[in-house]
Design a protein around this ligand. Sequence first.
Ligand code: MG
Length: 173
Amino acid sequence: MISKRLEAAINAQINAELWSAYLYLSMSTYCQDAGFPGIANWFNIQFKEEQDHAMILLNYLQSRDGRVLLAPIDAVETEWASPLAAFEATLQHEQKVTSLINNLMALAVEEKDFALQTRLNWFVEEQVEEEENARDLIQKFRLIGDNGYGLYQLDQELAARVYTQATPLTTAE
Ligand code: MG
């Protein structure tokens, strides 16, 4: 069993993760259209990872006999001034997600849901990485500035990123 408060909070976080997925898919298509297929690949992998995050929480809710309620996913932006602007928006967004995860963890502590805390520890670590990655890329874009060859090189670098499914504790069995 899971408390109603936690059930609602996990459902809200599932929605937030799916909104993140939608945001990154939008950024991916924007970068593709802007002529950066490698950066588009980077965002496309973010899109997949965010769906994994949603599924980890969804699986947990189901394994605790909670009710999954999928609320509508809000619209996302479709245009950015540049790939750099998209990464700046990514960092801002991930900082917000970090606080959502922290709030969920605080609630899990309050409700004494130790199994959820174990799973959320993974999310806490993941957020450190998400923020760091976005910051590193912003730094690279700023160094490169308007240098076409630099942008080409960075696009090539991000084209090499490969998706691996986030699987920590995805299945309870
Ligand atoms: Mg996430």
